[in-house]
Structure formats: C-alpha cells, structure tokens
Design a protein around this ligand. Structure first.
Ligand SMILES: Nc1ccn([C@H]2C[C@H](O)[C@@H](COP(=O)(O)O)O2)c(=O)n1
Length: 169
C-alpha cells in the first residue's frame, strides 16, 4: 500500500476510537522519513464526557472537545514535528491550523472538506496559505475491509506441530 493511502487509512481507523456520536475524526502525523510520530482522534478531556450539542454554550460539546489534530500533536513521540505532514479525515479548523502552523508541520492531507462553508474552515485555509503550509485533498473512494482471519490462516497448522509449542514444554 503506498504511503498516502496507508497513512490516511491509519487516520480513518484511529477515528473509529472517537466517542463523538456525530463526527469521528482521526489524524496521523508523519515525519520526513515516513515515520509515524503521532496519532489522535477527537475526544473529551477527563471528566468532561458529554457529547450533547442541543444545550447552551456552557455545555456544548464544541467548547470541550479536543480535536484529533490537537491530540495527534499532544501524543507526539518526538521533540518536535517540524517539516512533518499531517493526515486528517476532516479539514482542520482555525484552532488546529494555529497548532499546525506553530508546530512547523508543512503539509495537510485531508479526506473530507464537509465543513467548507463554515467560517472556521475558511479562516483555517487563509491562515495555512499565509503560513505557506500546503494542503491537498486525498480522494479515496473505495471500500476497504480487514479480514482478520487472513492473519490467522496458518496458525492452526502451526499449533498441530505440537513439538514446537512452548505450551507443551
Ligand atoms: N478537523 C476537525 C474537525 C472537527 N473535529 C471534531 C470536533 C467534534 O468532535 C467533531 C465535529 O462535530 P460536529 O460539528 O460535526 O458535530 O469533530 C476534529 O477533531 N477535527
């Protein structure tokens, strides 16, 4: 599997960890050598696990949630993410654009731009352009399934060769 598709697939799988009932987002930061240095999904800070939207601003989820890009940055496994790329399943908002720019990430690769009409997306694009952070959409349209059984296929035969088994020692 080539790099772009692999890293975006990882962002998509990571998004599945999110408890947001409406929008699950995943992000994956990759360094210049193609090494993954951070992954994250949208979640709530400890003690704030309320995904409601219909209540007033004091309880609205958007004022509490930690975005996937923020979490990928927080979870980074290296001192800095200068010149890295970020793969994200949904275009970053203006707050995440600030983190992206200030952290030295050089490219944003996104899957969906479903909030393109929102002010925060437009401001995000203005900021990224001004900071010379490039962004491009990765058009992945196919369905991908994981067949776990495929990875277990040869295990039964191996287990039959009992004399090699540590469990029989
Ligand atoms: N780039 C983004 C955009 C959004 N999110 C998170 C924040 C919320 O949990 C959810 C958006 O909620 P909606 O307005 O669709 O109900 O997605 C993110 O992590 N990264």
């Amino acid at each position: 599997m080539e790099g772009d598709k692999y890293f975006m697939t990882l962002a998509c799988v990571t998004a599945k960890r999110s408890d947001d009932p409406v929008t699950k987002v995943g992000a994956c930061i990759v360094n210049e050598n193609g090494i993954i240095v951070g992954v994250g999904y949208n979640d709530m800070p400890a003690g704030c696990d309320n995904w409601a939207k219909s209540t007033g601003a004091l309880e609205h989820k958007k004022n509490y949630v930690c975005h996937a890009e923020f979490n990928a940055y927080i979870n980074k496994t290296c001192a800095d993410v200068k010149n890295c790329k970020i793969y994200v399943t949904l275009f970053p908002c203006n707050e995440c654009a600030k983190i992206i720019i200030k952290s030295g990430i050089q490219e944003v690769i996104y899957l969906s731009d479903k909030r393109c009409d929102k002010l925060y997306t437009q401001i995000s694009k203005i900021m990224l352009k001004r900071a010379n952070v490039t962004y491009r959409q990765l058009l992945l349209l196919e369905n991908m399934e994981i067949n776990f059984a495929e990875f277990l296929r040869d295990e039964a035969q191996c287990k039959k060769r009992k004399h090699f088994s540590v469990e029989n020692m």
